[in-house]
Design a binder for this molecule. Sequence first.
Ligand code: PMP
Length: 391
Amino acid sequence: MSSVRRPVYLDYHSTTPCDPRVVKAMLPCFTENFGNSSSRGHVFGRAAEELVEDSRRRIAELLGAKASEIVFTGGSTESNNLAVTGAACARREAGDGNHVVSCVTEHKSVICPMERLDEEGFDVTMLSVDERGRIDIDALSAALTENTVLVSLMLASNEIGNIHPIGEIARRAHEIGAWVHTDATQAIGKVPVDVNELDVDMLSLSAHKFYGPKGIGALYQRESPRRIKLKPCIIGGGHERGVRSGTHNVPGIVGMAAALELAVQEREEESQRVSALRDRLESRLMEEIEGLVVNGDREHRLPNNLSVTIPHIDGEALLLSLDDVAVSSGSACKSDTASTSHVIKALGWGDEDGRGTLRFGLGRWTTEEEIEFAVGRLAETVNHLRALSTL
Ligand code: PMP
């Protein structure tokens, strides 16, 4: 009998537990430091404001940005909506153009705003990918026109882990004056994220993906040399210089700053440890499960990601039989639907075979014993399901 604590959590792309060091930093904000940071007329408000501004400075510094370039949001869904819609609408209103470019493998929080822009008369190009999920940079260049105002491409995929060459993409997009947004939600704490090295104009992050709390995120928006001025999506009291109204989530903001600090400090060591575990998971699964295919770009991939497809197996049925290992079939954000995810389909998998896709996300507390346990349970379950289907 294995001594591994169950259920084993291997779904760190979906969300992560809060690091106890982050919780410790947040706790005083629920009780003694509970003020509203906009209530500057008294000491409670000013204390909260100080916490918010100190967190903003620390987050900015860790991303290579200035404090005034950070906008607090409710997470990456909101940051992506604000970046895509806010940039496209502001630029169309300024008469700069109405063409926007993204990719079919983006997260739905980019794809849906792109679809809405299309309905509202924008000219939208959604780039396709090859069978490993790679973007063709020359196809991107060919798509750019004088009318292109925005290019939005993720830094790392939440499903197949691909890391896109955002620096090169930004260089080409800037040549024709487009603004560049990247969704860095899955990249923080796994690969270096510096807004100047990436040369992006906007960047989204969400704290719960890097051991911080849920419901808090940020959008970086560049001030120079391109002054990014977004049309706000959430309007009201004029918080965040009018870009995003609403009372600050002070515990969340303080937690995000603490989590980002740890993610940056521990990134290199943690990524090395986790990628060795991922490689082990990959090779053990290939040994144990006949016909298993690894998805994505194995050369440019997140250290903690493994996406596999097991043909002729239903991923949902597999997960239901696997209650002591928590993994995802495709994207957790779409887990209410049993169909093959749009990302897996974009690689060329059909609806039937693509359903046997599993996404593993390893993290800060994943151990070798857990990997061995998961491999054993998976192989056993797949073989059981295969035996049933031949019956
Ligand atoms: N982008 C990516 C790449 C993601 O993985 C996620 C979360 N699944 C989001 C955006 C949305 O983040 P949130 O749910 O925290 O708003």
